[in-house]
Design a protein around this ligand. Structure first.
Ligand SMILES: Cc1cc2nc3c(=O)[nH]c(=O)nc-3n(C[C@H](O)[C@H](O)[C@H](O)COP(=O)(O)O)c2cc1C
Length: 327
């Protein structure tokens, strides 16, 4: 995830039970692009013991082919193409999710990339641009190019983050693709993860925002698969996680400016503080200095009460996650 899943974040997550693999923030690719050195570090200095896929976003075929060849020479598990980003600035350029409006362009792009990438080539997609009716046609294209994996954020681009996901589309992909299909979107805890798997029979799950909120989610899911007791983190465990993230990110910052660092942390904290009891979320929005930040965290998190498993049922941030459990 952009501005989130960098090297420090990967380290902090891995200490709490890592996913089977990571995916980098996307490398922006265009005719003048070179590999972003900060994102490169999550490949070259990855010490989590887990493989990492390099993700690219763009629409210029020669530039994407050139970049894929550069990335293929690095210690990556594979190369992933982003066809899901809904940001207007990205879609306007016909990159990310914007490309889904042009299936013929996707077809050409996948053909060229498949030819250029000797190892694993995977795609991250949404289930259409404006309508899920587009999805079967997209699947046909993905199938034709023998991609090695397909991760599906189960919303259309137009749905952004504001609806429940469409497990039926993921299930359709599982039934028609030869490669493993990974289900993504709105997994916030073990029950939503297991429900998404059961409804789709996907080969695996990708977890984004839910892992920022709850970095123990991978270990909790693994425990559910193994029928062993899951980690049950307390508020104090969350405090430790937030402090670790603060200091790891500060250590790696290109230029450390205390108050700017607090603003950067607040973006991540929006997912972490969301729905916790009391005024943590409210107070954190007003933090300006590191002293404010530490005091607010200490005041609200330094106790042993267990963390709630799920965000609030009416959460706008994790919109519609409850639909996974009660389809
Ligand atoms: C801040 C943020 C940054 C993201 N950056 C990326 C990205 O670089 N590449 C990508 O494939 N998806 C990106 N996503 C989308 C997530 O990977 C994921 O598909 C989406 O958030 C739904 O899954 P979730 O409910 O588990 O978060 C981003 C999402 C957020 C909220």
């Amino acid at each position: 995830m952009q501005d989130v899943t960098d090297l420090p974040f990967m380290r902090v997550i891995a200490r709490r039970g890592a996913p089977d693999w990571f995916v980098t923030e996307y490398f922006r690719v265009h005719p003048d692009s070179c590999l972003n050195p900060y994102i490169l570090r999550s490949i070259l200095e990855n010490e989590t013991g887990k493989p990492v896929f390099a993700q690219m976003i763009g629409c210029d075929v020669p530039s994407l082919v050139r970049t894929a060849k550069q990335l293929a020479d690095l210690p990556v598990a594979g190369i992933d193409l982003n066809l899901g980003c809904p940001a207007p600035i990205v879609c306007r350029k016909n990159a990310g999710g914007g490309l889904l409006r042009e299936p013929a362009a996707v077809d050409r792009l996948l053909g060229s990339l498949r030819e250029a990438i000797p190892g694993r080539f995977t795609v991250k997609t949404r289930v259409g641009y404006a309508d899920t009716a587009e999805f079967p046609g997209l699947l046909e294209i993905f199938r034709r190019h023998r991609i090695d994996g397909l991760t599906i954020h189960g919303r259309t681009v137009n749905e952004r983050y504001q609806t429940p996901v469409h497990p039926d589309c993921v299930k359709l992909a599982v039934g028609s693709m030869a490669c493993p299909v990974i289900a993504n979107g709105n997994i916030v805890d073990t029950s939503t993860g297991l429900a998404f798997l059961e409804q789709t029979r996907a080969a695996g799950l990708m977890i984004g925002r839910g892992a920022i909120r709850n970095p123990w989610i991978f270990a909790q899911l693994q425990a559910a698969f193994d029928s062993t007791p899951p980690p049950e983190p307390s508020h104090r465990d969350l405090l430790e996680y937030v402090m670790e993230l603060y200091h790891e990110l500060a250590r790696e910052a290109r230029k450390f400016l205390p108050n700017s660092h607090v603003q950067r942390m607040k973006k991540t904290l929006a997912y972490i503080s969301h729905g916790l009891e009391g005024s943590f979320e409210h107070d954190m929005r007003r933090a300006i200095t590191p002293d404010d930040f530490f005091r607010i965290c200490q005041t609200h998190l330094d106790h042993t009460a267990p963390l709630p498993a799920m965000p609030p049922a009416d959460s706008k941030l994790f919109c519609g996650f409850g639909a996974l459990i009660v389809p």
